[in-house]
Design a protein around this ligand. Structure first.
Ligand SMILES: [Zn+2]
Ligand SMILES: [Zn+2]
Length: 420
């Protein structure tokens, strides 16, 4: 080896050492989307293309009770607006990759399968399709990410009762656990939109300790993330569950996801309204070593991800004594960083919510203000919270000065949420 200055040798050696370790980076993805395989209003390849073209790295098409497997022929004439969508589709994609049969109103177009979609849109390090399903009954919806075979609701469970809600959540988790054990394939279930039809309360989730993930934000307009005068918001539910699990029940933390739950792909931005479930509403940013299902699921299970509806974070640093959040700012926007948590010894009393006649309602109970307090708040792009030592958990929420656009929910600001 020729003579080399020590500094240069050190640089060389450290680059060799660093390159031996894969560099973790942030990947953007949406884990909840619908297509013509169920009640979404576009072809799966059109949907995949939208996400790939709009800066996403991974996408799960989570159709209701069906995976994109086998033969399925779509009949444009049988669906409202279907003929126009089919024309748009046939014009956008080359005809040799699309299978069409029949004429006139009997015309059918074959839907692409998961394997075909991954073969066409998947690109190493750039874009990944992940198998998914939305296991759906009338009230409880659970997405399972990276499964191999469909996971369906148990028809024998009656989810019109609180017991049935708990049983349905347990069933989804149990069948996911069994399939994971049988296949050796990493997969996870997350509870969707608990406030859809006001179906699931915090106390019901607390009865299901294996439930590790839920949607703190779902982009569909009728899922009531924000709650109302009677119902807790999903974020309030998150704090109640975290406080009770970590403070009293000795159970693991619950992680929050943001998703689109998109169904509508043909609405012009200026026509979007409070009935539109469009793309680009909520997503997760996962810090993983590589863009593979295994690496993404492993990072998500570690809680190394955050949710966003518009705010991008440069970094989230957790140490033994602090949590630091740094925003990747956009010009002209202001940011508020709040650290939210619950302290050991919090007042855990709760009360049922009653109607005018004094009847107890089937809604999340009311808890004290000790649960989910804002522990620190500041303006700016970087903030550190130093633990006092008595926190059961701390999580950060960053709110931008910009409204979420297009407007689906009035007053909604762009946000990011870190995991507890
Ligand atoms: Zn759903
Ligand atoms: Zn859905």
């Amino acid at each position: 080896m020729p003579h080399m200055p020590l500094a240069a040798l050190c640089v060389l050696l450290s680059s060799v050492l660093l390159s031996a370790e894969p560099a973790a980076r942030w990947y953007k993805g949406n884990l909840h989307t619908h297509t013509f395989w169920s009640d979404g209003d576009d072809f799966p390849d059109s949907v995949a293309r939208w996400y790939k073209d709009n800066g996403y790295h991974f996408l799960a098409l989570s159709d209701h009770n069906v995976m994109q497997q086998g033969e399925k022929w779509f009949v444009p004439a049988k669906r409202r607006g279907g003929k126009d969508i089919a024309e748009k589709y046939l014009a956008a994609f080359t005809s040799d990759r699309v299978k069409v049969r029949g004429e006139g109103d009997a015309r059918e177009i074959r839907l692409k399968t998961f394997d075909e979609l991954q073969a066409e849109f998947g690109e190493a390090g750039r874009f990944l399709m992940i198998p998914s399903i939305e296991s759906t009954d009338s009230r409880v919806h659970v997405n399972v990410t990276n499964l191999r075979d469909p996971i369906l609701p148990d028809k024998a469970i009656d989810t019109s009762t609180s017991q049935g809600i708990v049983a349905a959540m347990r069933h989804a988790l149990e069948t996911t656990r069994a399939q994971r054990a049988a296949t050796g394939r990493p997969m996870f279930a997350h509870l969707n939109h608990p406030n859809f039809k006001w179906a699931v309360t915090a106390e019901e989730i607390l009865q299901v300790d294996q439930q590790r993930f839920f949607e703190v934000y779902n982009g569909h307009p009728t899922v009531y993330n924000e709650g109302d005068a009677v119902h807790a918001s999903t974020e309030r539910m998150w704090d109640i569950i975290l406080a009770e699990r970590l403070g009293r029940l000795g159970q693991p933390a619950l992680f929050g996801l943001a998703t689109d739950d998109s169904h509508n792909y043909h609405i012009q931005p200026d026509r979007v309204n409070a009935k539109s479930s469009v793309t680009g509403r909520g997503w997760v940013m996962v810090r993983a070593d590589e863009l593979t299902p295994d690496a993404l699921v492993a990072a998500i299970e570690k809680g190394d991800f955050y949710c966003s509806t518009g705010v991008t974070l440069k970094d989230v640093v957790r140490t033994a004594d602090s949590l630091t959040v740094e925003v990747d700012p956009e010009p002209g926007l202001q940011y508020t960083v709040e650290f939210i948590g619950t302290r050991r010894g919090y007042d855990h009393r709760s009360e049922p919510v009653k109607d005018d006649k004094g009847e107890v309602l089937h809604v999340t109970r009311r808890y004290s203000e000790d649960v989910g307090r804002v522990l620190q708040s500041s303006k700016g792009v970087r903030a550190t919270y130093k633990f006092k030592g008595d926190e059961l958990y701390v999580r950060a929420r960053v709110t931008s000065s910009r409204h979420k656009s297009p407007i689906v929910i009035a007053g909604e600001m762009e946000r990011a949420w870190t995991q507890p």
